[in-house]
Design a protein around this ligand. Structure first.
Ligand code: 5GP
Ligand code: MN
Length: 316
């Protein structure tokens, strides 16, 4: 792996026009990881584009340094693309792979679509992989980089709660704090800027919670109507599935969300069920304890719920 980090950095050093890209509907790890390299590459005098196809971007991440540099426009010349936190090429929101692509990720379902693939499924976040790449190549971690990588680590570990959290994660976090990330400030930015519209959405969604399989499975629905009535936006519902998993009896939690092109499913498990298998079955992917997919051209929530009940019963 050390050699891969060196090979990747060598490619970066020798590139002129670099495109940084992360998965559509980005989370903290996606944007934090892609933005982390921006100040470092600028310092190296590279032409850098930080791309994300999603519009609008999640507002709760707008404190990340250089957030305002993210664009949904692709430049003409790209000699190197670096993809972050994205398990499959189709979720990057770009048409072509380009001349050379470095794929940096931690999804177990990653399809190795890059020319260099640095994929570490046992890592808590993509940012942890980015950190290791920088460290291996003796690259100085700038303060803005540290803030991005630390925020990504916090969001992807559920504030250091998940099974992926180990000694190495805390050592990485400590190094990032040493490099200038301020934990209390990041926590305030991430968790103390909630909106009333989001809480109103939660209230509506919680009303639809359905438990089955002796309380081991929980479903929750988010409809377009709920979003409209509460004034919330799509990503405001992202964490709902985590709260449902927190119910004492629940092993598998599932959120179904109405979207323009179908039904988005988010799956979470607590102790033993591998939900990535179900997501992959529906053309999605993810991790063992957190996975998702969009069931395209399907708009019947009850039908999808019944399908998923069968799939989930088979793994619990
Ligand atoms: P969420 O349920 O929060 O959207 O996603 C949980 C995990 O599954 C994330 O790591 C996310 O990247 C991954 N994931 C969600 N939807 C998809 C999808 O449609 N395709 C793939 N490959 N991964 C997904
Ligand atoms: Mn991630």
């Amino acid at each position: 792996m050390e050699e891969l980090y060196k090979k990747a950095w060598d490619k970066i050093i020798n590139a002129e026009n670099i495109l940084l890209v992360a998965h559509i509907n980005p989370d903290g790890d996606a944007l934090g990881s892609e933005l982390s390299l921006y100040p470092i590459l600028k310092k190296l005098n590279k032409k850098v584009t930080v791309f994300n196809a999603t519009k609008p971007l999640p507002q709760y991440l707008d404190f990340l340094p250089n957030f305002n540099k993210i664009t949904d426009k692709l430049p003409k010349n790209i000699d190197l693309t670096i993809a972050f936190d994205c398990g499959s090429f189709d979720r990057l929101g770009i048409e072509e792979k380009g001349e050379f692509l470095i794929n940096i990720d931690h999804h177990i379902s990653n399809t190795n679509y890059g020319d260099i693939n640095i994929v570490k499924p046992d890592y808590a976040s993509t940012s942890q992989v980015v950190y290791e790449m920088l460290k291996t190549n003796n690259v100085e971690i700038l303060k803005d980089t540290a803030i991005c990588l630390y925020s990504a680590l916090v969001t992807d570990t559920g504030s250091f709660q998940y099974e992926s959290v180990n000694e190495k994660v805390f050592l990485t976090a400590a190094e990032l704090v040493k490099a200038g990330a301020e934990p209390a400030n990041v926590a305030k930015m991430l968790f103390q800027r909630d909106k009333l519209s989001r809480l109103r959405l939660l209230a509506k969604a919680y009303d639809t919670i359905e438990l089955c399989c002796d309380g081991k499975v929980a479903f929750v629905e988010v409809t377009k109507e709920m979003l409209e009535m509460s004034g919330a936006v799509k990503e405001d519902s992202d964490s709902i599935v985590n709260s449902i998993r927190a119910i004492v009896t629940v092993e598998v939690a599932c959120m179904l969300r109405e979207e323009d092109d179908g039904i988005k499913i988010s799956l979470r498990s607590k102790n033993y069920a591998d939900v990535s298998k179900i997501a992959i079955k529906y053309g999605g992917g993810g991790h063992i304890r957190a996975a998702g997919a969009t069931i395209k051209d399907e708009f019947d929530l009850e039908k999808v719920k019944n399908m998923l009940k069968k799939d989930i019963k088979a793994i619990i």
